[in-house]
Structures are given as structure tokens and as C-alpha cells.
Design a protein around this ligand. Structure first.
Ligand code: ZN
Ligand code: ZN
Length: 331
């Protein structure tokens, strides 16, 4: 089978691999679509502390079951697959802090999403693989994972109807957070600096700020702010713009060792909550797929294009240059 192998920084290529062999309880999935994520791009551009090349990247997967050794799934079913699931038994899982699970990556899709076939381990088959209806395309279903991560952030923020939300960042994640916040009945402001993305943002948010020209309005401050870009100084911006008793979520991954000086009295007297979020739990993954299947979330707002496996390098380059929003690789 063909895979996209990440060999070193700025180097990916098509390679041949054996089709994985599945064991009892497992499923062999014929991958139909895999989204390119900001994490894949960061790894591609400058490496990743936890990812040792050569390796097959990709974790936003949908496909068709090619072989099943699990009684609950049959050949031919269309499914979205979580790249990992929590163990359910460790200290953190018992406290429902699933993305802190000690064993989170102990079972993951093999070899990675950018492959013609993947082996889905039994634990993921049982907790993190869900069928979706014909009305949803494979490319659309590949949005389940990033959307699930956004649901996690939104739920952590304890958003309420009528809240004033600011999303800093106009990438796919920023736009998904804004879309979800609207569904929750919030009033949403989104700030960014890429024309093409800002025009999509205008279809989602109540107010869109082009930070190259305009300032984000101050006033009493926002109830909830998501920082959906990986620049530490934007968390500082968020802390200036949040209201007393408000909530700031550092959603975008940051370079290792990022530091920020904060006024601790803003936490003590003004009771601002500074939080972060990472990953998702299986329940949120299923919810994300439902929102996409039912059309509550419009997937087409986020998908820029679906490219064939042979064109993946150009899609990586375009994604790295912030061209478009979500690029999907099809197989
Ligand atoms: Zn992702
Ligand atoms: Zn666990």
C-alpha cells in the first residue's frame, strides 16, 4: 500500500508499506480521507518533540471497513476514527480528565492516517470509531477530530446563551470554535489577518476584526476568549481583553518553553480563569460526527480542497503558507 512518509523536516514522500495485519477485535480500514492538521504542518516544518521520523503522520481519518475481526462492525461500513482513546482506568480517566490519560497514545491507528489502509486497535474500535450516514462525504467526516477538539474547548469554557465570545485566530480551528459558539447562542467576535479566511469568518461570526487594520474593541471585556493561534503574546492580548471573572482558553499549541509574565492580581482580585484545552474524549468525538451528519455544522465552510495522495506535498506547502483552510488528502 501507499503511505506518505515524513522523513525529516520539510521532507515527505510516497512510500510502499505492507498492509497491516489485524488481530481479534481489530478492524482494517481503507482510508478514504485524512485531513491535514496544524500539528502535521508544524511537524513537517520544524519537527516535533514527540514524533520521531521516519513516520506516517495524519490523525483526522475517515474510511470504509475493509476487514473486520470485531463483531460490532462489518465490511463496507463508513466510519470516522479517533486517532487515540483514553484507557478509562487510570487516575486521570477515573476523574474524567480523559485527555490527561496516562495511556492515551498506547493504542493508536497504525501506521498513521496518511496511508491507504490502517489497522484500528480494539480499544479504538470499541470507544472511538463511529459509523456515519451516506449524506456525509468522507472528506466531511474527516473534520470530526478537529471539531471534537473544539467541542472539548467549548465545553470547558462553560459557555452560556448570550455570552460575548472572542476567538483570536482565523484558521480552521478558530472558525470551528466560532461556529460552535454560535450554536450555543453566544455573540461571537473573531479576529484574524488572512483575507480569504476572514471572508469565511463573516459567514459565521457576528463581528469580524481584521487586526491589520482595526483594534479589537475593549469595553467591559469578553466573557470568554479562545486563543486559537500558537503565539504566546496573544494570550497576553487575551488577558487585556477578558472581563473580570472571565475565562481565557489557550487552545493553540505553543512552542516548547513559551513563557508569559502575568499580573497575578488579575487572577486573584479579578478572578480571571486562565485555562487550556487539548484533545477530546470519545463522547465529544461522537457528538462532533453527529453535528456534521445532521448538518448542524456546515463542513463545507472549512474544507478548501481535497487532493489526491500524489499531490500531498503541494497541499502541505499551501497549508503551511496559510492558503485556504482545511486541506484533505484522499486515497
Ligand atoms: Zn488535528
Ligand atoms: Zn486513562
Amino acid at each position: 500500500m501507499k503511505v506518505i512518509l515524513y522523513e525529516k523536516e520539510k521532507q515527505i514522500r510516497l512510500a510502499d508499506r505492507e498492509i497491516p495485519v489485524i488481530r481479534d477485535g481489530e478492524v482494517l480500514l481503507r482510508v478514504k480521507a485524512c485531513g491535514i492538521c496544524a500539528t502535521d504542518i508544524k511537524t513537517y516544518l520544524r519537527g516535533h518533540p514527540l514524533i520521531k521520523p521516519p513516520v506516517v503522520l495524519g490523525h483526522e481519518v475517515s474510511g470504509e471497513i475493509a476487514e473486520s475481526r470485531n463483531e460490532y462492525f462489518q465490511v463496507g461500513q463508513h466510519v470516522a476514527v479517533a486517532p487515540y482513546v483514553p484507557c478509562g482506568m487510570c487516575y486521570f480517566c477515573q476523574r474524567e480528565e480523559f485527555s490527561m490519560c496516562r495511556d492515551l497514545f498506547a493504542n493508536s491507528i497504525d501506521p498513521g492516517g496518511f496511508a491507504e489502509y490502517i489497522r484500528v486497535p480494539a480499544r479504538i474500535v470499541e470507544k472511538g470509531m463511529f459509523e456515519f450516514p451516506d449524506g456525509l462525504s468522507f472528506s466531511q467526516a474527516a473534520l470530526t477530530e478537529p471539531l471534537a477538539c473544539c467541542i472539548n474547548g467549548i465545553e470547558r469554557s462553560r459557555i452560556k446563551v448570550g455570552d460575548n465570545i472572542l476567538v483570536i485566530g482565523d484558521g480552521p480551528i478558530g472558525l470551528m470554535l466560532a461556529h460552535l459558539a454560535k450554536i450555543y447562542g453566544a455573540s461571537v467576535t473573531l479576529s484574524g489577518m488572512v483575507d480569504e479566511r476572514l471572508s469565511v469568518a463573516r459567514q459565521i461570526a457576528d463581528t469580524v476584526i481584521d487586526v491589520r487594520k482595526d483594534e479589537i474593541p475593549g469595553g467591559i471585556g469578553f466573557d470568554i476568549i479562545f486563543v486559537a493561534v500558537g503565539f504566546p503574546e496573544l494570550t497576553e492580548t487575551a488577558l487585556h481583553l477578558v472581563r473580570k471573572g472571565g475565562y481565557v482558553n489557550i487552545f493553540g499549541g505553543l512552542p516548547k518553553g513559551s513563557r508569559l509574565a502575568i499580573d497575578l492580581n488579575q487572577i486573584h482580585y479579578q478572578q480571571v480563569i486562565l485555562d487550556g484545552s487539548f484533545g477530546f474524549m470519545p463522547r465529544q468525538f461522537r457528538l462532533a460526527l453527529n453535528l456534521l451528519s445532521h448538518g448542524t455544522i456546515n463542513p463545507e465552510l472549512f474544507i478548501t480542497d481535497t487532493v489526491r495522495i500524489d499531490d500531498v506535498e503541494s497541499a502541505f506547502e499551501k497549508s503551511a503558507n496559510r492558503e485556504g483552510l482545511k486541506w484533505i488528502v484522499s486515497f
